[in-house]
Design a protein around this ligand. Sequence first.
Ligand code: PEP
Length: 253
Amino acid sequence: MRKPVIAGNWKMYKTPKESLSFLERFLPLIKDHTRDEIVLFPTMSSLGYVLDATQNTNVRAGAQTMHWLNEGPYTGQTSPTMLASIHCTHVLLGHSERRIYAHETDDMVNWKLKAALGHALTPVVCVGETLDKRQSGLTDAVLRWQVACALNGIEPAGSEPLIIAYEPVWAIGTGSTATPAQVQDAHRMIRDEVAARLGPDRANETRILYGGSVKPENASTLMAQPDIDGALVGGASLDAETFAQIVKYTSQP
Ligand code: PEP
């Protein structure tokens, strides 16, 4: 059984004060929730505060990106060693906004994934096709390529948790969610590609999340698909009550 993951990507929103006031409202709403792993990805300036405030709770926190090296002359970057030293547990890698605006390449995502696994940080590797690629019938090719590149050189025998987030670029922040059938197809194919690279056992254990305009109204239907193991939520994770409703999706739509 794969434990579902409901993760909130706060992007470049919320000061430390706003992050803490979110937690004051959110933590009581989900305090007894054990069915799903709950993870928040605040900005780097709020991460330490969120980690402190979620100690001894059922909420984990991670960084929205990191460098792959441990230290060096890379202004503006944060390393895996630094994240591990503040007891950060998760890290988002290759989010499409990083690929588009920070020019992250498939190779960089691969280097970062290796670094995350080497530092016991649970990686959430984001993959997804643009609208143009979907309309050209290239969704499968893009997803297989991104997964294959990310996993290049990863030890098949490893047992570290691995999370992949399928985030069609055309569904992020647009309000147009992929249909449950489209997501199920994509997730099935991603799992096949993980199996081809890392073997069937690892593929079976890998949690594959969907991201792209997830809301309380569509969470249950999406989560009912056999290969959807959770959600990566952007806009709807910014409000404590709304995100708590998503965390508490009903298992039957
Ligand atoms: C995201 O940023 O990862 C995301 C899925 O955003 P939204 O839920 O707003 O589409």
